[in-house]
Design a binder for this molecule. Structure first.
Ligand SMILES: Nc1ncnc2c1ncn2[C@@H]1O[C@H](COP(=O)(O)OP(=O)(O)O)[C@@H](O)[C@H]1O
Ligand SMILES: [Mg+2]
Length: 488
C-alpha cells in the first residue's frame, strides 16, 4: 500500500550504485545523522536511516590555493548559484509491513528514486507498536514526538545489558524499566549496590526494600563451603562440613546456626581429625564477617520477596565478597523456584516470571575473578528463558564483564562510551552491536541511548524518559552545599 499521495516534497534522490541494504542520496539540504527517511520502489515501502552525511563542493575544492579565490566564489554563491552538494549514505532498514515488522527488500532502490523525510505514520508503526508487552521508555532522539516502546517479554527471554560511562543514565533506565514492569503487574528484583533505589516513591507501586541477609539454613552446601573459604579439593574438610550442615539444616532453630555448626564440628574430630579442626577454625574466623549476611531469624528470600512489585536488595553496607554471596544466592533460588514451578505443573515454586537486575555487574560477573554470582548468572543467561527469569546487567566497565555471559545477552541499551577498549570489547562480545554503531557512542549525551536487539524492531536512538521519583544517585552539588554552610 502506497502512502505517496500524502508525502511532501522529496528531500533528495537516490544516486549512483545502490545495494538492497544501502544507498547514496543526493539531497537539497544536509541530512542529519540518524534521521529517518522513506522511499518507495518496486512496490516496497521502505524505511531508511542516515548513516553518514557529507557536504562538499567541486568548485570550492581543496585544490584552491588562494583564499581570495574562495571569497570570489562565495560571492558567486550568494548570488544564488548552488556550489555545494549534500550527500548521505543511508542504511535501508526494511519494508514496513502493517504490523510494523521490517524486512529488507531483495532489490536495491534504483537511482532517481525520490527520498522523503519519514512520515510520522510510518515511524509510529515501527517504534510505537501496540500490545500489552510494549511499554514506553522514551522518544526518538531525532523525532521527539515519536514515542519509543520496548518489548518487555524479550527482556525475560533474551536478557538485557545496560552499558555506559558513569553518570550517563544507566540507573535512571533501570528505575524506568522497573517502574514500567511493575505497572504491568510484573516482579523485579534489583541488587542495589549503591543503595539508590530504596527511597524511590512511586504511586500505586510497592517498593519492597530488603536487607541483604540470608537464612543460613537455606544456603546450598556449595554456598556455605565457599563462604567459609573451604577449597574445592579439601575433600575431608568438605565432608566434615557437609555432614554437620546436613545435620543442623533441619534441626530446631533454638541454637544459633553457628553454635550448632561449631558444636557438631567438635564431635567430628575423631572421624576427620585435623580436617574437622580446620573447618571449625574457619567458622570461628568468618563468623563475624558472615554475621552481616547470615541471620537465623530471617525468613527465606523467596518468602520475603513481594510479587508484582519492585524488590530492592540493599547491598550498600556490604563488602563486595559479601554482596557477591547474597546476589548469587538470590539468583540461584529464583531460577530453582521457577524450575520447580514449571516442573511441578504450577503446584510448587515461584508462580510468576521475574526480572533480576545486577548493578555494577563487572564486580559480580567479572572476566578475571570466579565470583559466586558468575555461575548463578551464567545459568540464568543460558536457561532463564525457558523458566521465565530475565537478567539485566548494568555496568560502566564493559571490558570487565565475563564474555560468555555477555554473548548470551540478546538486548542492549548503550549510552555514551568513549574508552576504546570498552568499545572494542562490546563490539566483539555483544551479538547485536556492530562496529559502525560503536563509533556513534562517544556522540551521545546524558539520557540518550542506542537500543539494540529483539526488544526493539530496529536499532533505535532514543532519549530515555527521566524518572523524577528517583532522586538518590544524582550528582552532588558540592559547591552549592559548601556555600550554604558558609552563609548559615
Ligand atoms: N534520561 C535522562 N534524562 C535526563 N537526565 C538524565 C537521564 N538519565 C540520567 N539523567 C541525569 O543524569 C544523572 C545520572 O544518571 P544515572 O542514571 O544515575 O547514571 P549512571 O547510573 O549511568 O551513573 C541523573 O541524576 C540525572 O540527573
Ligand atoms: Mg548508576
Amino acid at each position: 500500500m502506497s502512502i505517496q499521495t500524502t508525502l511532501p516534497e522529496p528531500v533528495g534522490y537516490v544516486v549512483g550504485e545502490s545495494k538492497p541494504y544501502r544507498a547514496t542520496v543526493l539531497s537539497f539540504r544536509p541530512l542529519m545523522l540518524g534521521e529517518y527517511l522513506y522511499l518507495e520502489y518496486h512496490g516496497y515501502s521502505v524505511l531508511a536511516m542516515v548513516q553518514s552525511t557529507t557536504t562538499g563542493s567541486p568548485i570550492i575544492s581543496d585544490n584552491i590555493v588562494d583564499p581570495r579565490d574562495v571569497e570570489r566564489l562565495i560571492k558567486f554563491v550568494r548570488s544564488g548559484e548552488r556550489v555545494f552538494y549534500h550527500r548521505a549514505s543511508i542504511k535501508i532498514l526494511g519494508h514496513v509491513s502493517n504490523g510494523g515488522k521490517l524486512t529488507i527488500p531483495p532489490v536495491p532502490p534504483p537511482p532517481g528514486t525520490e527520498v522523503f523525510k519519514a512520515p510520522k505514520t510510518v515511524l509510529f508503526k515501527v517504534f510505537r507498536p501496540s500490545g500489552k508487552e510494549f511499554v514506553r521508555i522514551g522518544t526518538l532522539l531525532r523525532e521527539p514526538d515519536v514515542e519509543v516502546r520496548v518489548n518487555i517479554n524479550k527482556i525475560v527471554s533474551r536478557h538485557l545489558a545496560i552499558l555506559a560511562m558513569t553518570g550517563m543514565g544507566k540507573s535512571n533506565l533501570v528505575a524506568l524499566l522497573a517502574k514500567r514492569i511493575a505497572e504491568l503487574g510484573g516482579t523485579v528484583v534489583i541488587f542495589d549496590y549503591h543503595g539508590e533505589y530504596g527511597s524511590m516513591k512511586l504511586s500505586r507501586i510497592f517498593v519492597n526494600v530488603l536487607s541483604p541477609v540470608l537464612n543460613p539454613r537455606k544456603l546450598s552446601f556449595e554456598e556455605l563451603a565457599r563462604m567459609l573459604n573451604i577449597r574445592s579439593n579439601a575433600t575431608r574438610q568438605r565432608m566434615a562440613l557437609y555432614e554437620c550442615f546436613e545435620q543442623i539444616k533441619h534441626s530446631d532453630t533454638k541454637t544459633s546456626f553457628f553454635d550448632a555448626l561449631k558444636k557438631c564440628l567438635a564431635t567430628r574430630a575423631t572421624r576427620y581429625g585435623v580436617a574437622a579442626q580446620k573447618v571449625l577454625e574457619a567458622v570461628t574466623t568468618y563468623e563475624r564477617y558472615l554475621g552481616k549476611i547470615l541471620d537465623d531469624s530471617v525468613d527465606d528470600v523467596l518468602n520475603r520477596m513481594a510479587l508484582g512489585a519492585i524488590n530492592v536488595v540493599d547491598l550498600s553496607e556490604l563488602h563486595t565478597p559479601q554482596a557477591d554471596a547474597v546476589v548469587a544466592h538470590w539468583l540461584h533460588r529464583l531460577l530453582d523456584a521457577r524450575k520447580e514451578w514449571i516442573w511441578s505443573g504450577g503446584r510448587k515454586g515461584l508462580p510468576v516470571p521475574v526480572i533480576a537486575v545486577i548493578e555494577e555487574a563487572h564486580a559480580f560477573i567479572s572476566n578475571d575473578e570466579s565470583t559466586a554470582t558468575r555461575s548463578s548468572a551464567e545459568s540464568i543467561a543460558r536457561e532463564g528463558r525457558k523458566f521465565g527469569v530475565g537478567l539485566v546487567i548494568v555496568s560502566q566497565r564493559p571490558r570487565g564483564l565475563d564474555p560468555n555471559i555477555l554473548s548470551q545477552i540478546g538486548n542492549l541499551a548503550v549510552m555514551r562510551i568513549v574508552h576504546p577498549e570498552d568499545q572494542n570489547y562490546i563490539a566483539k562480545h555483544c551479538e547485536p552491536i556492530t562496529q559502525d554503531i560503536v563509533e556513534e557512542l562517544p556522540g551521545l549525551n546524558v539520557g540518550e541511548a542506542i537500543l539494540l536487539g529483539e526488544w526493539v524492531k530496529i536499532p533505535s536512538v532514543v532519549k530515555i524518559d527521566l524518572v523524577s521519583e528517583k532522586s538518590v544517585g544524582m550528582d552532588v552539588d558540592a559547591v552549592g552545599e559548601w556555600s550554604k554552610l558558609a552563609n548559615s
